[in-house]
Write a new protein. Structure first.
Length: 330
C-alpha cells in the first residue's frame, strides 16, 4: 500500500474516532447547563468533573499500559506536564464551565467550534518543522464550518446576543483555543522525549497533573457557596464519564493517529463541530430548546457540509509524511 493510500485511511479512521468523541463531548454542554439551571456554581461544575474523572480512569489506565510509564514521564518532566494540564485542562474547563452559567447549551457548543481553526492558527507558534505551515485548504474548510456556526448562533438568538451571552461567547472562544494548544503541546513534548504513552495514559497523566489546581478550585468554591448538592455531583459524574473519560480518550486517540499529518490533525480537531448538531438535538430533547429554523437551519447544513469536505480533503493521496521517532500512533 502506498504512503498516500495508507495516510488517507488513517486520516479517515481518525475522523471517525473524532466524530464519536464529539458525541460524548456534547454531554458537557447539556449536563453543565442542566447543573447551572439547578443552581450549581461554575467552579464546582469544573472541579467536580476532574476530581471524579481521576478515580474513574484508574481501572482503564491499568488495562491500557499501566500507571508506571506515566509516573516516570511525569517525574522526569514535571514542568511540561503541569504546563500542558494547566492550559489544556484547567484553564480550558474553567472558562467553559463559567460560560455554562452565562448562556444556553447551543451557544456554548457553537462558540466552541472556534477550535476548528484555533489549533491550525496556533501551529506557527508551536512547531519548528513543516507542521508550522497552516494548511490553507483545511483552513478554508474550517471557515465554512465557522460560517455555519455563525448562522446557527444568529438564527437561535434572532440576531441579538445579550450581555450574558457575550460573556459566554468570549469565555468559550478562549476555552476553544486553549484545548487544542494543551493537547498539541503534550504530543510535541512526548515526541521530543521519545516517550510513547497511549491515549488513556496521556489523559490520565494530564488529569493527575491537574489535581492540585482542582483541589484549590474546590476549596475556593466551598468557601464561596458551600458544598455541592447531590444532583450537582450526579451531573458532574455524568460529564466525567462521558466527556472526561470516553470523549477525551477518543479525541486524544484521534489526534495521536494523525499527529504527523497537519491537515488531518486539523480535520480531527474540526470534527468537534459535530458537537453543535448533537447539542441541538439533545438540547431540544432534554432542555426544551427549540430546533433550528430558517437561517439557523442553513447554518446546521453548512456545518455538516464542512465535516464532509474535511473527510474528502484528508482522504486524497498525499506525499510521504513527516518522519517522526518510531512508535505506535496513540
Amino acid at each position: 500500500m502506498t504512503h498516500g493510500a495508507h495516510d488517507g485511511r488513517r486520516a479517515l479512521a481518525a475522523i471517525g474516532v473524532a466524530l464519536l468523541s464529539a458525541l460524548f463531548f456534547t454531554l458537557t454542554y447539556v449536563l453543565n447547563r442542566a447543573a447551572a439551571n439547578d443552581g450549581g456554581h461554575w467552579a464546582w461544575i469544573a472541579a467536580l468533573r476532574y476530581l471524579i474523572t481521576l478515580p474513574l480512569l484508574l481501572p482503564l489506565v491499568f488495562w491500557q499500559g499501566g500507571i508506571a510509564p506515566v509516573w516516570r514521564a511525569m517525574r522526569a518532566h514535571p514542568v511540561a506536564w503541569l504546563t500542558c494540564s494547566t492550559i489544556g485542562f484547567v484553564a480550558f474547563y474553567l472558562c467553559l464551565s463559567y460560560a455554562a452559567s452565562s448562556g444556553p447549551s447551543w451557544l456554548i457548543a457553537g462558540s466552541f467550534q472556534f477550535t476548528v481553526v484555533a489549533g491550525m492558527l496556533c501551529a506557527p507558534l508551536l512547531y519548528r518543522d513543516a507542521r508550522r505551515k497552516v494548511p490553507m485548504a483545511a483552513l478554508g474548510v474550517g471557515g465554512v464550518i465557522l460560517a455555519g456556526v455563525v448562522l446557527l448562533q444568529f438564527g437561535y438568538a434572532e440576531g441579538r446576543l445579550d450581555r450574558a451571552a457575550w460573556i459566554a461567547l468570549v469565555c468559550v472562544l478562549v476555552s476553544a483555543t486553549l484545548y487544542p494548544i494543551g493537547n498539541r503541546l503534550l504530543l510535541l513534548h512526548l515526541e521530543r522525549t521519545g516517550e510513547h504513552l497511549s491515549a488513556t495514559q496521556r489523559v490520565f497523566g494530564m488529569t493527575l497533573a491537574s489535581q492540585p489546581a482542582w483541589i484549590l478550585v474546590a476549596i475556593l468554591a466551598y468557601q464561596h457557596v458551600g458544598a455541592p448538592t447531590l444532583s450537582q455531583v450526579s451531573f458532574a459524574a455524568g460529564v466525567a464519564l462521558g466527556a472526561g473519560i470516553i470523549a477525551t480518550i477518543l479525541f486524544f486517540k484521534a489526534t495521536g493517529m494523525v499527529r504527523d499529518l497537519p491537515a488531518a490533525l486539523g480535520a480531527a480537531e474540526a470534527m468537534q463541530a459535530a458537537e453543535l448538531i448533537f447539542a441541538i438535538a439533545l438540547g431540544a430533547l432534554f432542555l426544551g430548546e427549540t430546533w433550528p429554523r430558517g437561517i439557523a437551519l442553513w447554518g446546521a447544513c453548512l456545518v455538516i457540509a464542512g465535516i464532509g469536505l474535511f473527510a474528502w480533503l484528508v482522504s486524497r493521496p498525499k506525499a510521504p509524511p513527516i518522519v517522526l521517532p518510531e512508535g505506535p500512533h496513540t
